[in-house]
Write a protein of this length. Structure first.
Length: 341
């Protein structure tokens, strides 16, 4: 079940967090030594566990999302999520009906299995990038995704600050695109290659999450520049994605790799040295508590859905701006985080 996948991902996120913390400790210890300085335990704790961040109201809201997500959301998701396995089998059957069954491979070359692993993993990366892009560009989706961006400090706990509607839509997109890819692999290379691709891509995702995925939501400035910064999304890349500076809006949508951002022009490579960033969205006081952040997005998104429905009935009209407004003539005001372009 897709709900099981969601639950497994939450467990994996929690289990892999100590690995990320160990890497963070190593970063804090090694970086000063490159400049001829030493770092003691007190400095490490001050850098990694500052009270101003870990006891911040924004972080405490993240913790509430962890508890609610673990206890309630997973139980509700099962009735709203596509089954990725069913999509895979359905695509395989359609391909067999259209092109005819393929002979079962006796011994699939290891190189093809490795290619299948890479293809399936990058299907996940593409789905993440595409849905993330749409959740910023489509006003209706942004009202729910904005909950995640309302975090004013970043810790690994911010990974869980996601509205359930945002999660439902994303996991459905994941099941559809990755499931379709897996169905193609099953048809072309057989069951063994499909199983290997599923397991292998899962291992790659676990490695991404443990090694640098958690640190993308942190205050640590770990930046990849040059060619590396165009291939891999470092923690600094994602901090830029959360920045409230309009220059950084709608940049760095990918998960672990920057390839899709690079190809489609949404990549912003960070500087080597720390950039001064502020996080959060404007005009979002209604998102500061658990219940309001769960309820208010529905109220704000409903008018947008009504406008879209009327537009489909009445023909094309001027595109909607954030908040359900239509553009007016005259100069536009500068972009604001609460109503991003």
């Amino acid at each position: 079940m897709a709900a099981d996948v969601t639950s497994d991902t939450q467990v994996l996120s929690l289990v892999s967090m100590p690995i990320a913390f160990t890497i963070a400790v190593g970063h804090v210890l090694v970086k000063p030594r490159r400049r001829g300085r030493t770092t003691g335990l007190a400095t490490v704790l001050r850098v990694l566990l500052p009270k101003g961040i870990w006891l911040h109201p924004s972080t405490l809201l993240d913790v509430q999302y962890i508890l609610i997500g673990s206890l309630a959301f997973s139980a509700l998701f099962g009735y709203t999520l596509l089954n990725g396995y069913a999509v895979t089998m359905g695509v395989r059957e359609v391909l067999e009906d259209v092109f005819g069954p393929r002979p079962v491979p006796v011994d699939t070359p290891l190189a093809l299995i490795g290619l299948a692993v890479v293809v399936q993993y990058f299907a996940f990366e593409f789905t993440y990038w595409l849905y993330h892009l749409l959740s910023h560009k489509i006003p209706f989706l942004w009202e729910f995704h904005k909950v995640h961006h309302s975090a004013t400090v970043l810790t690994p706990f911010a990974n869980w600050r996601v509205h359930p509607v945002d999660t439902i839509l994303y996991v459905n997109a994941l099941s559809l695109i990755v499931g379709t890819t897996a169905g193609g692999i099953y048809y072309l290379l057989g069951e063994d290659a499909w199983v290997a691709a599923s397991v292998g891509s899962g291992i790659l995702y676990a490695l991404y999450l443990a090694v640098w995925g958690h640190l993308q939501h942190s205050q640590l400035w770990i930046s990849f520049t040059g060619l590396a910064g165009r291939l891999v999304l470092s923690p600094a890349h994602h901090q830029i994605h959360h920045s409230d500076n309009p220059v950084h809006f709608d940049k760095n949508f990918g998960a672990g790799f920057a390839i899709w951002d690079w190809l489609f022009g949404t990549l912003h490579v960070p500087q080597r040295e720390r950039e001064r960033l502020h996080f959060g969205t404007k005009n979002d006081s209604h998102l500061k508590g658990l219940v309001p952040s769960l309820v208010y997005p529905f109220a704000h998104a409903a008018p947008l859905a009504v406008h879209v429905r009327r537009a489909t009935r009445c023909g094309p009209r001027a595109p909607l701006l954030r908040g359900g407004r239509r553009p007016t003539r005259g100069p536009r005001a500068g972009p604001r985080r609460g109503s991003r372009p």
